[in-house]
Ligand binder design. Structure first.
Ligand SMILES: Nc1nc2c(ncn2[C@@H]2O[C@H](COP(=O)(O)OP(=O)(O)OP(=O)(O)O)[C@@H](O)[C@H]2O)c(=O)[nH]1
Length: 373
């Protein structure tokens, strides 16, 4: 493989298609972040539509018969009102991806409907100015949003279908002009899909950089604290569900660094985080709390289950090793504090209790799991 091909291959491998294909693989928190991006863009575009739609009314009066211009003026005002309504609706539910996507769909549907009713009203008028570009404008608007391939394809296909229906109704579907429109809108749609993917990819990258520890890929402490806060907020409204907390600290890690070097120390940290991922569920919240200290929040696990999980991690570490830079096997162990959140207790208080039991594990010999009172 030559350098150029190799470079392209590496770039394509970095660009994980599953990341941008559908939101099934995204965390709730990322979906909430993306919904905010979509919401702000829908806000701006609905204001632009609401202002610009009626501004064309005087021009319609110059170009169209006064009967047609009068009817279209009503349509333009209705579009403007619909866009203001959309602006209000869009801000009712924040950080909700489904709601933001619904509002985005309405942002596309309202002008598409306006376009269709205008064509119906103006059928027979060959010198339409200011209307034929609407479907193309709507496809171009799609490119402003960070959408998954599936979301963008659904919206884009809907727009092409609307254009085809109008062409069919107008009898231009199988004419050169109809084909030209279809060709142009398809090219625009491909460019829009590419822009969507690039935006979503960049957003995911920025999000990961801001929320994850670069060495282990686990969440950072700030995000864990925010998640705990959000979780606790939902609990106050309903009953507090069962949840447990683990605090894990690698034993004598300084010695590993001092003996084998920081690079090997880093490899141990990576191997340990992989063990945590292997032994815990994908719904558990795993965090690099700092240095060689980690936490795991286990929703739905009581003290007994959480202790079993902690014991599995401890044993897995005991049986693991990484190769040092001199190819020597480096073994490592971990001490773990475990506790179940008590009714009415704050996460911070629970963490404090569990931290005490971790301290107890360290004090009484390390490489053990100690339950909090
Ligand atoms: N290689 C590497 N070392 C780190 C990183 N972050 C923190 N450390 C090191 O982790 C070590 C933690 O040492 P201590 O807090 O003394 O704890 P310990 O040696 O594990 O001893 P105990 O916790 O009492 O078992 C320090 O030497 C830090 O420099 C990192 O990202 N990479």
């Amino acid at each position: 493989m030559d350098d150029a091909t190799g470079g392209l291959y590496r770039k394509l491998s970095e660009f994980n298609l599953f990341d941008t294909l559908s939101n099934r693989f995204h965390s709730d928190d990322f979906n909430a972040t993306r919904s905010e991006y979509i919401r702000t863009r829908v806000n701006i575009l609905s204001i632009i539509f609401a202002i610009f739609a009626p501004l064309w009314i005087p021009i319609d009066y110059l170009l169209l018969t006064s009967d047609d211009a009068g009817v279209i003026a009503v349509y333009r005002l209705l579009l403007s009102i619909a866009m203001l309504g959309l602006l209000l609706t869009n801000n009712i539910r924040k950080r909700n991806l489904q709601h933001s996507l619904l509002c985005l769909t309405l942002l596309i549907i309202f002008p598409a409907l306006f376009y269709t009713v205008c064509l119906l009203q103006l059928s027979g008028n060959d010198t339409l100015i200011g209307y034929s570009f609407i479907p193309f404008l709507l496809v171009a608007i799609l490119s402003v949003f960070p959408l998954t391939l599936i979301e963008a394809s659904v919206l884009g296909t809907g727009l092409i279908a609307a254009l085809l229906c109008n062409d069919f109704f107008y009898g231009t579907l199988f004419t050169l002009s109809g084909f030209k429109d279809l060709w142009l809108i398809s090219i625009l749609l491909v460019i829009a899909l590419w822009a969507n993917q690039a935006q979503l990819h960049m957003l995911l990258r920025l999000y990961r950089q801001a929320t994850r520890d670069p060495l282990t890929g686990l969440l950072n402490r700030r995000v864990m604290m925010e998640r705990m806060k959000e979780m606790s907020k939902t609990w106050s409204k309903s009953e507090q569900p069962v949840v447990s907390v683990l605090m894990l600290d690698l034993d004598r890690f300084k010695r590993i660094n001092d003996t084998y070097g920081h690079l090997t120390g880093d490899q141990v940290l990576q191997a340990f985080s992989q063990i945590m991922k292997d032994e815990l569920r994908s719904t558990d919240i795993l965090t690099r709390y700092g240095g060689e200290e980690f936490t795991a929040i286990l929703p739905g696990s009581d003290m007994e289950n959480a202790s079993h999980a902690a014991e599995r991690i401890r044993m897995h570490c005991e049986q693991s090793w990484v190769a040092s830079t001199d190819n020597e096997p480096v073994r490592f162990t971990v001490s773990i504090g475990v506790g179940e959140l008590k009714p009415g207790e704050t996460f911070n208080d629970a963490l404090h209790r569990v931290d005490n039991s971790l301290y107890e594990a360290k004090k009484t010999g390390r490489n053990k799991v100690v339950q909090a009172d």
